[in-house]
Design a protein around this ligand. Structure first.
Ligand code: AMP
Ligand code: ZN
Ligand code: FE
Ligand code: FE
Length: 311
């Protein structure tokens, strides 16, 4: 309780654990959130809700409010279905029913795509004379539900090919680099509808961040997505400079979208993404919770709760 005394709530709505490509277990992440003075934290692993249960017990222990979320790999524009066209967009889904069958199905297709990409990337690395195996990747990925390029990067660090994840991405793993391989992503509009149907709240993560095309996700496109039910934009994110944040805030105001902020923390996996480095305004968070309550009611579910404090 003392953390809350004399100031507003500190709310960080986008973080990763080892369930995807963070480097902390959900339990370690909750302890780190308390240590960082956060009152509320959103756990948003890539394409998986597998960390929710462990995070919930830990959050109750350390008295941090937990927002159960996930970050869904989607594609927007162009022809969908693995053709490689369209722009990759990360969609944050807050407080959806994780057992809603269409959501479970969509996530399992994405996770399958993640798994089948690993040998394809390894093949390309081998063509460059770099020998790592699927076992090497499994060894660093541990029990991650969502194997990603960061794990391949970690395997490259382990064999001494690169110094850190950043170097692995820059030299090999980003589009245009020699070991980049595309993977399946769900259609953005469909996933916006699906998160709502599951009683959750859809928010676009880092809309103009790295790997995203500003021109392809401008106000006109965002207005169309808002009509389809998009509820918010993650404005305060390390991938956005001051000008991008100001423009996005204006668009959110015009379209009546919720504005969120977050660290997109990945433990030691990403520098300059410390817990609480960006936060969400408590009034915007209240809007998000209110919408979650209404969407849950419309989906025939009980109102979602935070685990401890903050709400
Ligand atoms: P994937 O999930 O396999 O598509 O890999 C993308 C993920 O890698 C992103 O969500 C980030 O978490 C992470 N990532 C992207 N670029 C970098 C980088 N330069 N250094 C560390 N992690 C990165
Ligand atoms: Zn990530
Ligand atoms: Fe992301
Ligand atoms: Fe993220």
């Amino acid at each position: 309780m003392s953390r809350r005394a004399g100031r507003g709530l500190r709310i960080d709505l986008h973080t990763h654990s080892r369930v995807s490509d963070g480097t902390q277990s959900p339990v370690e992440l909750m302890a780190a959130a308390a240590a960082a003075g956060l009152d509320v934290i959103g756990l948003t692993d890539h394409d998986s809700t597998a960390g929710w249960e462990a995070a919930a017990s830990a959050a109750a222990q350390v008295d941090v409010g937990l927002v159960r979320g996930l970050e869904i790999s989607t594609r927007y524009g162009g022809r969908v279905a693995g053709s490689g066209t369209g722009v990759g967009v990360h969609l944050l889904g807050y407080l959806p029913d994780p057992s809603y069958p269409p959501l479970v199905g969509a996530l399992s297709r994405i996770l399958d795509g993640r798994t089948s990409r690993v040998p394809a990337v390894i093949e390309r690395l081998r063509a460059l004379g770099i020998d790592i195996t699927e076992d090497d990747v499994r060894a660093v990925a541990g029990d991650s539900a969502a194997t990603g390029r960061p794990h391949i990067a970690d395997a490259l660090v382990r064999v001494g090919v690169v110094a850190d994840r950043g170097e692995a991405f820059a030299r090999f793993l980003t589009p245009g680099r020699p070991a980049y391989v595309d993977r399946h992503a769900a259609d953005l509009r469909e996933m916006v509808g699906l998160v709502i149907a599951a009683g959750g709240v859809p928010v676009i993560a880092h809309p103009w961040g790295r790997g995203h095309d500003l021109a392809s996700l401008g106000e006109e496109q965002l207005a169309g997505l808002a009509c389809a039910g998009l509820a918010g934009l993650e404005v305060d994110h390390q991938d956005h400079d001051a000008a991008a944040r100001e423009s996005l805030r204006g668009i959110a105001r015009n379209l009546d979208l919720i504005v969120t902020g977050s660290s997109d923390h990945h433990g030691a996996g990403k520098i300059d993404h410390d817990l609480g480095c960006n936060t969400t305004d408590p009034a915007e968070f209240a809007r998000l919770l209110d919408l979650a309550t209404r969407n849950a009611a419309a989906a025939g579910r009980a109102a979602p709760t935070l685990v401890a404090g903050g709400g």
